[in-house]
Design a protein around this ligand. Structure first.
Ligand code: KG4
Ligand code: ZN
Length: 362
């Protein structure tokens, strides 16, 4: 059995999806199951932590069972168990880690405590054969970061947001305009009927001499325009959505352009034959307009763009199983103890320098 793939069961429960996946070390995704709580949170216009924790508890056993069924595996076929141990909503993270630890302990198999952001970061290597090092734009509901990824556990953060994340800006602006939750897909759909040049919105930090982001001023500008243009009664929501999407895309492209230059200086040999790679990961990477703008910026900078398929961009457990497999492949003994405590904050680069000015997100 020496050449059979190593089989990992991963669990993700850090936000509003309860997910379980079974992935092999040969990159076979045997199962990738998700129970979404979106309907339970939609009435509140955002994720409510207490509602999320309870929903994770109700769904987790069923989702694991479904993953085993889809894969056609029994628990005895699984070599190791992994769960998101942070950052995220602590109630949900506790449900996922306790479940993974309990099964791993009962079956006497290794347990891996995975950083959710590392799951997103390494997902491009599950979907595409991207080699280290690469530049990563991680854009989700909780994070907007540019990082150089040199290997599992080896990150150099170039920039982060000073306030809201890009996905958070989509979600808050959608709420202002009454477009529902989650806001990203709703704004992308509305924007298809709108004119991206119709309404002038700011591009915070465009051209700045660092790689950080800021989106809260854009949200305030959108709210003001929405009000000035007649609010819920009269405001041209499709034009506002298209203009907002264009402004966010423009900021992401400009900051990525800056980071590509830094990545070239830090990591690339003049003699390198293959082009460097820019990976986009996280829920916002599912946006086609943003993808097109970043593809253009990447190609102008001589980078290849790699974006995992949508099912691996938004929160999922296959990326958690894969991050654990990367660690296992690097060092077969590198699992975690059952005393590993969940971490509500867990930066990928613990030594990252903060952006100038205001407070920073992990
Ligand atoms: O990675 P993810 O599933 O969860 C987090 O870890 O945050 O990202 C969710 C975020 C939400 O803010 C959602 O509005 C945004 O990703 N999103 C999008 C799109 N699909 C999801 N934003 C823009 N366009 C989309 N098509
Ligand atoms: Zn995420």
């Amino acid at each position: 059995m020496a050449d059979r793939p190593y089989i990992m069961l991963g669990i993700e429960s850090s936000c509003d999806e309860t997910a379980a996946a079974i992935v092999g070390s040969d990159k076979t995704i045997y199962a990738n199951e998700i129970a979404s709580q979106i309907a339970q949170h939609a009435q509140y216009g955002g994720v409510v932590p207490e509602v999320a924790a309870r929903a994770h508890l109700e769904a987790i056993d069923l989702v694991i069972e479904k993953a085993l069924q889809t894969a056609g595996f029994a628990l005895s076929d699984i070599d190791a168990f992994a769960a998101t141990a942070g950052p995220g909503l602590i109630g949900g993270v506790a449900v996922g880690t306790v479940t993974a630890k309990a099964i791993a302990a009962a079956r006497q198999r290794p347990y891996f405590a995975i950083n959710h952001l590392e799951g997103h970061s390494l997902s491009a290597r599950l979907a595409d054969s991207v080699a280290f090092p690469y530049l990563l734009l991680l854009v989700s509901g909780g994070h907007t970061q540019l990082l150089a990824v040199a290997g599992p556990g080896q990150y150099h953060r170039y920039g982060t947001t000073m306030d809201d994340a890009a996905g958070e800006a989509f979600d808050k602006c959608a709420k202002i305009m009454g477009l529902g939750y989650p806001g990203g897909p709703a704004i992308e759909a509305a924007a298809q009927q709108g004119d991206a040049t119709a309404i002038a919105l700011p591009r915070p930090l465009k051209g700045a001499d660092h790689c950080h982001f800021s989106f809260s001023g854009l949200k305030t500008a959108l709210a003001n325009k929405f009000k000035q243009l007649g609010g819920a009664e009269k405001a041209p929501v499709n034009d506002l959505a298209a203009s907002l999407q264009a402004a966010i895309a423009d900021c992401l492209a400009d900051r990525s352009h800056h980071a590509m230059a830094q990545f070239r200086r830090d990591y690339l040999q003049a003699s390198a034959s293959a082009p460097p790679v820019l990976v986009i990961a996280g829920g916002v990477a599912a946006n086609k307009y943003i993808f097109a703008q970043l593809a253009d910026t990447a190609s102008k900078n001589g980078f290849r763009l790699s974006v995992p398929p949508a099912a691996l961009c938004t929160d999922n457990a296959a990326m958690i199983a894969w991050a654990a497999l990367e660690r296992h492949q690097q060092n077969a003994g590198d699992s975690d103890g059952f005393d590993f405590a969940p971490r509500p904050r867990w930066p990928l680069d613990a030594h990252a320098s903060p952006p100038p000015g205001r407070g920073v997100r992990a």
